[in-house]
Ligand binder design. Structure first.
Ligand code: FAD
Length: 409
């Protein structure tokens, strides 16, 4: 079999892979990206967090994203029964970007991948990694080309950015079950036809089911009068609903009167689809000659739209380690990559757990909140989960527990 030699090999050209490729090109590294699909291709994960903008900027892709004309986003709104609250991300504790975008991922991922190519990364579409061997001096992968033929690539270092493909975790037996129960999402894109006065299109809307508060809906407006609509619930709860995925989603929307009212005139023109059991974890985020980025590592839960931000953060940390390796410095991948990445992931984890246990919902829907606490929570919701000067990052579990108790009283 033909064996090629690459410097840095990246598996997958989604957000993690494309931003990593851009960052590495800025360091002057030669980069080969192998991507299974032809872009543009559909992906879920359409609401970005302001923190993600810093990594897009760091990768030199900001202008490309701005010029793409995506829907501006400045916050998150929440609805439950007759209670409504909204966080404006510009009013936040942490420094940095306070606005971002809501993106059709097919186009967004192509914008990033095209920017990486323009910066000199070689991206091979429809080239699927089917095997990996990390036992030698350098990692080697086996690749299936579009014509069905196979070849191998040996690299000085490999980044697995294969997302839900989770290629290295699966091939190297690194997978570990997530602590979260198995949840699923049913989702689609619709022409929403919501009257402008009744809906702030600059915010994601998270609606909570009136009776089952661990069931929630996302409404993510786009810039073209359409929106992404989805519901998340435990798999056993979703199983009660019959029919096509569209009928099941419509039945669930009908149970949330505020959302059903907003979408009363929507045109449902795209068949809904379902994804189940997406939360995942790994035994280790790195190994000899490789590191795992984005969803190829750990994926928590969609509720706080943290996935793409974590993917970018992992790309930023890993490429900084590679740069130091290239300078001949010793890199401790656990201390310099895995531990700092997990810091923010663990902050999000605490908030996700508090969301499903109900405590976080009690906090945000509580009528009395100080501006200072709201700014700290707004910063987390904006993605600043690594800012340890925020007490809700430094001591997230204790702080949330105290606040939950106050709100319960
Ligand atoms: P991906 O985006 O999955 O990209 C991986 C790429 O690798 C793909 O292009 C794939 O084709 C390629 N690939 C896979 N296998 C191979 C292979 N063997 N060889 C070569 N290429 C391969 N995140 C947010 O930030 N905001 C949201 O609003 C949000 N909503 C979500 C809603 C739901 C229901 C779910 C499940 C997730 C949501 N997420 C959200 C998370 C988001 O989808 C992911 O975190 C994000 O896409 C991760 O990016 P990535 O680059 O790691 O992987």
């Amino acid at each position: 079999m033909n064996v090629e030699q690459a410097d840095i090999l990246i598996i997958g050209a989604g957000p993690a892979g494309a931003v990593a490729a851009g960052l590495l090109r800025r360091q002057g590294c030669s980069v080969l990206v192998l991507e299974r699909e032809q872009f543009p291709r559909f992906s879920i994960g359409e609401s970005l967090l302001p923190q993600s903008m810093a990594y897009i900027e760091e990768a030199g892709m900001l202008q490309d994203v701005i010029e793409a004309g995506f829907q501006y986003k400045n916050g998150a709104a929440f609805a439950w029964r007759d209670r409504h609250t909204a966080f404006d991300f510009r009013e936040k504790f942490s420094c940095g970007w306070g606005t971002t975008y809501q993106v059709q991922r097919a186009r967004f991922d192509k914008v990033l991948a095209d920017a990486a190519s323009r910066m000199g990364a070689e991206i091979r579409y429809r080239h699927e990694v089917i095997a990996a061997d990390v036992s030698g001096d350098q990692p080697v992968v086996t690749v299936r080309a579009p014509d069905g033929s196979t070849y191998q690539v040996r690299a000085s270092f490999m980044l697995d950015a294969s997302g839900f493909g989770r290629i290295l975790p699966r091939l190297l037996q690194l997978e570990q079950p997530s602590n979260f129960p198995v949840r699923g999402a049913i989702f689609t894109h619709i022409e929403d036809r919501v009257p402008p006065a009744s809906f702030d299109r600059n915010k994601i809307l998270i609606s909570v089911h009136p009776e089952h508060t661990d069931v929630w809906y996302w409404t993510i407006p786009f810039s073209d009068g359409r929106c992404s609509l989805g519901v998340v619930a435990r798999q056993d709860f979703l199983a009660q609903y019959d029919g096509t995925e569209t009928e099941r989603l419509q039945a669930l929307v009908a149970e949330m009167p505020y959302l059903a009212g907003l979408l009363a005139h929507a045109r449902w023109d795209t068949p809904a689809r379902q994804i189940v059991g997406y939360s995942s974890n790994v035994k280790s985020l790195w190994g000899k000659g490789f590191a795992l980025l984005g969803n190829a590592g750990e994926f928590l839960d969609p509720v706080f739209s943290s996935g793409v931000t974590i993917a970018f953060k992992s790309a930023s940390l890993a490429t900084a380690c590679i740069e130091r390796q290239h300078r001949g410095e010793a890199v401790d991948w656990q201390a310099d990559f895995a531990v700092p990445l997990k810091r923010g992931v663990d902050t999000f984890r605490t908030f996700v757990e508090a969301w499903y246990e109900g405590g976080f919902q009690r906090i945000i829907f509580h009528p009395d909140q100080t501006d200072e606490i709201r700014r700290m929570i707004s910063a987390i919701l904006a993605g600043y989960a690594w800012d340890t000067t925020n007490p809700f990052v430094a001591e997230s579990r204790r702080r949330l527990a105290v606040l939950e108790e106050l709100c319960a009283g």
